[in-house]
Write a protein that binds this ligand. Structure first.
Ligand SMILES: [Zn+2]
Ligand SMILES: [Zn+2]
Length: 335
């Protein structure tokens, strides 16, 4: 059989691959499939601790929060229990198993791996995912998928949904079971939005509390509405933003969510607040100044600048005022 240079997977399997070159092929596949942070991409270059890298997943308020978030490099934060990935970064391999992907904005470190995420789920015959993006970029993201289809003939099956964060429009999306997601306004240098997941519960109306079970059953079968629908803000994710989202009156539920995952790109005096704002980011000192606004049980900080190492991040958190420090943790994978 004549040799072909075509890299399609079936041909690779058919071609006689010399034993010594197998590790090279494998390395290429791993690089392509898992997103580059596990190989020789710049994400490794700033910390010099590739050998000791661990999965630094956090446990907060009953949720596992995992992923990688390095400002300007890659952000993908996952909550496996909710089957949700917030932003996709370079598409880390474990993002593939999450059915919902919520994109905060179109900077490459947040959306870069979106086609790889959809393609890999297709490759593994997984259910086409639901990808939610800010409504204003939906058409452009559609074109991006069309370009990939034109390039490689793949189907890239997924459901793409644009949600608008304008409060008066009040768009939301049901994630099935008892969950729904609403976008909220964030303040970055390009159009952006955060996402707030609510748990929806039925609660017996006050006037029926204390009634015997049979009577409640009777009322129910007679068609009377005996429950109120209660929504409780559960998990919020900001993506990139300035602190303005905190003082935005329409975001009160975000500050009441059980878990708030928010960016804090800059941590110390090596960068001024003005500098942070000029790039559309949060400076930790601004968070301290607004500490009394947060009613969240847990706050997970993400998206630290690559200029910091893990020690600096942990020490910045240790130095927070007690009201924050007891609730704040940091996602430090990759640092
Ligand atoms: Zn970013
Ligand atoms: Zn950004």
């Amino acid at each position: 059989m004549p040799f072909s240079l075509s890299p399609s997977p079936p041909l690779l399997r058919l071609l006689p691959i010399p034993r010594h070159s197998f590790s090279v092929v494998k390395a290429l596949c791993i690089t392509g499939m898992s997103g580059m942070h596990a190989s020789t991409a710049p994400a490794d270059s700033h910390d010099g601790s590739k050998a000791t890298r661990r999965n630094k997943r956090l446990e907060v308020e009953g949720y596992a929060v995992e992923g990688i978030s390095i400002g300007g490099q890659e952000t993908c934060v996952m909550i496996p229990q909710l089957r949700v990935a917030f932003d996709i970064g370079r598409c880390p391999q474990r993002a593939i198993s999450h059915d919902f992907l919520f994109i905060s904005h179109a900077h490459m470190d947040h959306i870069g791996g979106v086609a790889m995420y959809v393609a890999t789920r297709g490759l593994y015959k997984m259910k086409p995912p639901t990808v939610i993006v800010p409504a204003c970029i939906k058409l452009t993201v559609e074109k991006l998928f069309d370009i990939h289809r034109a390039l490689d003939g793949s189907e890239l099956k997924h459901e793409l949904i644009g949600l608008d964060n304008i409060i008066q429009i009040g768009e939301e999306f049901s994630m099935g079971k008892n969950l729904l997601v609403k976008p909220f306004k964030t303040y970055h240098v390009i159009p952006s939005q955060g996402y707030l997941i609510y748990v929806v519960k039925q609660k017996l109306k006050a006037e029926y509390v204390g009634l015997p079970g049979d009577e409640i059953k009777k009322l129910k079968f007679s068609g009377i509405e005996i429950t109120d629908v209660i929504r409780s803000p559960e998990v919020a994710f900001t993506g990139d933003t300035m602190v303005d989202f905190i003082v935005d009156e329409s975001n009160l539920d975000v500050l009441r969510a059980k878990v708030l995952i928010m960016e804090a790109t800059f941590l110390d005096q090596s960068v001024s607040i003005e500098h942070a704002r000029s790039f559309g980011h949060v400076h930790l000192s601004e968070v301290v100044a607004l500490a009394d606004r947060f009613h969240n049980k847990a706050i997970v900080l993400i998206h630290f600048s690559a200029r910091y190492g893990q020690e600096e991040i942990l020490s910045a958190i240790k130095n927070l005022p007690e009201s924050l420090q007891s609730r704040v943790s940091a996602l430090t994978e990759g640092f």
